[in-house]
Design a protein around this ligand. Structure first.
Ligand code: FES
Length: 106
């Protein structure tokens, strides 16, 4: 478990890149929910955190070739990516700190 910032560091509706124990992770804040997936696309070495977030679909789009990934289970929703990205557990403490636990789901 690593503290990656405070709630106010993560603008609502946006993705932000963080480092968790040397691993690039993309954290997304949507309403009351926080999501964390691997920041490197499963198709090629590009950062998902630089892509667009689709709040209603709970997805993020890789800017390079346009695959979208579920923020809930990490699975690609469109080609060319065919492999999922790992999903990590996010906890917001009562004090407002945002913690990420690596590798809890894939
Ligand atoms: S690098 Fe992400 S879809 Fe190709």
């Amino acid at each position: 478990m690593a503290v990656v910032g405070r709630v106010e560091d993560f603008p609502e509706g946006k993705a932000r890149a963080v480092d968790v124990d040397g691993r690039p992770v993309c954290v997304v804040h949507l309403g009351e929910q926080f999501y964390a997936v691997d920041d490197i696309c499963s198709h090629a070495h590009y950062r998902l955190s630089e892509g667009e977030v689709y709040a209603e679909e709970r997805e993020i789009e890789c800017w390079k070739h346009g695959s979208t990934f579920s923020l809930i289970d990490g699975r690609p929703r469109s080609l060319p990516a065919t492999q999922p990205v790992s999903v990590h557990r996010v906890t917001v403490t009562p004090e407002g700190s945002v913690d990420v636990e690596l590798g809890t789901r894939r």
